[in-house]
Ligand binder design. Sequence first.
Ligand SMILES: Cc1cc2nc3c(=O)[nH]c(=O)nc-3n(C[C@H](O)[C@H](O)[C@H](O)COP(=O)(O)OP(=O)(O)OC[C@H]3O[C@@H](n4cnc5c(N)ncnc54)[C@H](O)[C@@H]3O)c2cc1C
Length: 223
Amino acid sequence: MSASRTPVLVVGAGLAGCLLALELAHDGVASIVVERSSRSSWHPELNLVSGRGMELLRRLGLADLVRSDGVDPDRSAATAWSRSFGESPILVTPMPSVNELRRQYAGTTDGSAPVEPYALLTGVDLATRLRDCVRAHPLIDLREGWIFTDLRLEPGRTFATPRPWSGATIPPPRRPGPGCPPSGSAAANSSSTCSDPSSPYSISPPARPGAPSWTRPRRGASR
Ligand SMILES: Cc1cc2nc3c(=O)[nH]c(=O)nc-3n(C[C@H](O)[C@H](O)[C@H](O)COP(=O)(O)OP(=O)(O)OC[C@H]3O[C@@H](n4cnc5c(N)ncnc54)[C@H](O)[C@@H]3O)c2cc1C
């Protein structure tokens, strides 16, 4: 049985998994991301990305893309704290608009202000954007419709086993994500070692720091 080799296997293409893979790719580290679902969650949990969170997205070149899904930057907002839905809030914290904060931050010269103000958007929009970027990135091999089930440790390497997940629908085709991080790196031009996504993944440490031994699977290979 053939196996895919990767220095990093990320389980789950939620916000954390997508950002981890994009961060790694930003530093030239390839990864395989295994995700049981073939689309991002319907649950719109997240709605506030803090200024520091937006700085992280800015570093990845994604701040403007994410902000394009957000609320009007001239609109102020408020956080209401209550004991349960339907109860009157016990505390309401007003939030200046994004543009108002930009003006405030521009006047702060002691380095204490974030470079980016917060963004308000649904978790669905954010998760969908990030997953599109993961799907399009040449250093990231997203395997949707596969569930991670097992991990076996051996000296110098680790075997991970994904299986098809019955709850998944047909994965959408890879498509370039508008505004996603630029592609192109040494690893993006290397040959394929991936042949069968149902095989155990062999996670091997890079041959030397900064030079991953993993090579990128062919587009559309083994899907
Ligand atoms: C009501 C609510 C409001 C929130 N509001 C905010 C907010 O305003 N601001 C904020 O910053 N945060 C907020 N959060 C928190 C934020 O939504 C979560 O921290 C974040 O979504 C967690 O992301 P995650 O990637 O860790 O997990 P998830 O988004 O749950 O992603 C996990 C992924 O892993 C996949 N997966 C799981 N197991 C396997 C497996 N074995 N094999 C393959 N795939 C697998 C799942 O399918 C899923 O796609 C809120 C949370 C809730 C519940």
